[in-house]
Design a protein around this ligand. Structure first.
Ligand code: HEM
Ligand code: HEM
Length: 476
């Protein structure tokens, strides 16, 4: 980085000034007050600063700063490789109460946006208009994305006056934190200081000797082509991975795309109504737990913490319907087992089921949009199409086979016989009819009496699950 230009003149006056400067700097070794005054020159920036440098030569993360203890202003240089969507420096030992300077690519991808934020907790920090920052554009300073590096030279006023701020200019080991976001600059590309940022992939802390970074008047952004660290102490660097989003997606999409449809097959193909109830109950539990993960995940980001997005509201409504749907199925089943009569609950359950599943599945697309992971919509769509096509085909084939069986029965008692009177039979189609025999089928109520098998002696056992009390057909 180039230094600011200084006018040079050869003459007695300037020679005198240089001698004076040298004597003041020498004196400063013995007297801090003289040292501070010595820094109140245009060159103060290069002599009075604290810097932290991390990384290899061509990909360094640099933070170099100077404070004006009178005005409470901070001047800083922040640069870091553009290998991530954002980089940030914060004051203090942790996220709670930290004043953060976050940098990401501007909308045209050429400039760097500086977003000063306050962090309350281990959640996405929020922009605060109480922090007044401007980029320093005077000669010698360049900001933007330069040679694959975010470069920001900034001046923020009165940061020492911010309530609860954590900057102690008297400390030689003043604590700071840094963090690096995931992805690449294109993931944000925004001029807005309030752009959403995703949780970091790396974070850590370091200390700086702020006694070396304080001036009492003036102030400038430190410049150097080779910053040297004022404090080499660097704490742990932690790799961080946020699994909650993936976990939420897996649970919710797993429930709606895989487990609920499997429960439908258990009913329609395997014809096990009790197992249908268990499988759908299990899927519902997975979905409820997934909502819990979604709510926890949501409080981490500004765009989701108020639970007012379409994705979250639709998701909550769908899961509420899932619970009601399960209860309808349960109470219908109980009533049916006792009375052998179709119920309104069963009918609603029959029609609402596919609708709820479809809305839940569609909400997955909204979820990927919401978390800025739109690229995952394509693989998700492929899985959804495959599953829906497979389930649709199986149901269609099963229905066709049953129709054929019915025709065969009606044509003269051929084919499998209706299974009348099986004790404890729980299958929804053991009675041998087509869909018309199933309580959840649309034409359940319209069943014809003529589908009662004629072969075999009448049984004294109670009728099978799917049967309604009936009379033998009148013989003519
Ligand atoms: C979307 C934005 C952010 C989210 C959701 C977030 C979330 C979190 C979470 C959950 C932890 C605890 C991680 C663990 O237990 O391993 C954490 C720790 C940490 N984060 Fe962030 N963070 C965000 C932004 C930032 C920024 C901008 C900085 C830096 C300036 C930062 C610095 C740190 C540091 C230093 C720690 C460890 C110390 C502590 O626990 O406070 N974070 N963050
Ligand atoms: C049918 C129900 C739901 C489905 C299928 C679903 C699915 C998804 C998917 C696929 C994602 C993307 C995850 C990622 O890219 O990491 C997502 C994100 C998310 N979902 Fe859901 N979800 C549902 C319901 C809910 C509910 C009820 C809530 C909370 C009330 C919720 C909160 C969230 C949040 C906060 C995110 C992440 C936002 C972010 O990372 O910025 N979801 N969801």
């Amino acid at each position: 980085m180039s230094r600011p230009n200084r006018p040079l003149s050869i003459g007695f006056l300037s020679l005198f000034a240089i001698l004076l400067q040298v004597s003041l700097v020498t004196a400063s070794l013995f007297s801090p007050s003289i040292r501070e005054r010595a820094a109140d020159t245009s060159d103060g920036a290069t002599t009075n600063y604290a810097a932290w440098v991390w990384g290899e030569n061509n990909s360094q993360f640099i933070f170099a700063t100077q404070f004006n203890s009178d005005t409470g202003d901070i001047y800083f240089h922040l640069s870091a490789p553009t290998a991530s969507s954002w980089v940030a420096i914060g004051t203090g030992e942790g996220m709670g109460g930290s004043l953060m300077f976050i940098v990401y690519a501007s909308s045209n991808g050429k400039n760097a946006t500086l977003s000063p934020r306050l962090s309350t907790d281990e959640v996405e920090p929020s922009y605060s208009s109480s922090i007044q920052c401007s980029l320093v554009t005077s000669e010698g300073y360049t900001n933007g994305i330069i040679n694959d590096t975010y470069v920001v030279n900034a001046h923020c006023t009165k940061v020492l006056d911010l309530p609860g701020q954590k900057i102690d200019l008297t400390r030689t080991d003043a604590p700071f934190i840094f963090a690096i976001g995931p992805g690449s600059p294109q993931d944000i590309n925004s001029n807005s200081v309030e752009a959403g940022i995703r949780r970091h992939v790396t974070y850590g802390d370091f200390t700086m000797d702020l006694t070396k970074a304080t001036v009492t008047s003036g102030g400038a952004v430190p410049t150097s082509s080779n910053f040297t660290m004022t404090n080499a102490v660097q704490g742990d660097i932690t790799g961080d991975r946020d699994w909650t989003g993936a976990f939420h997606a897996l649970m919710m999409c797993g429930a709606f795309v895989i487990i609920f449809p499997a429960g439908v097959l258990v009913l329609r193909i395997m014809e096990k109504v009790m197992w249908h109830g268990y499988v759908q109950g299990f899927a519902g539990l997975v979905a409820i737990l997934g909502v819990g993960v979604g709510i926890y995940l949501g409080r981490m980001y500004n765009h989701s913490k108020n639970v007012n997005s379409a994705h979250q509201i639709i998701g909550l409504v769908v899961v509420l319907f899932v619970i009601v749907q399960w209860m309808l199925g349960f109470f219908h089943h109980r009533s049916y087992a006792r009375n052998k009569r179709p119920t309104l609950m069963g009918k609603i359950h029959r029609y609402a089921g596919p609708l709820i599943l479809l809305v839940g599945i569609m909400n997955g697309f909204l979820g990927f949009d919401f978390s800025n992971a739109n690229r995952l919509n394509i693989p998700y769509a492929i899985i959804v199409v495959i599953v829906l096509a497979a389930v649709g085909t199986m149901l269609f084939l099963k229905r066709r086979r049953k129709r054929k069986q019915m025709v065969a029965i009606e044509m003269g008692g051929l084919g499998p016989q209706p299974y009348q009177g099986a004790r404890g039979g729980a299958s929804y189609s053991e009675v041998g009819g087509d869909q018309a025999r199933q309580p959840f089928s649309s034409n359940y109520d319209d069943r014809s009496r003529s589908d009662i098998g004629l072969s075999g002696p009448p049984s004294r056992d109670p009728p099978a699950y799917g049967e309604v009390p009936t009379q033998p057909r009148q013989m003519v």
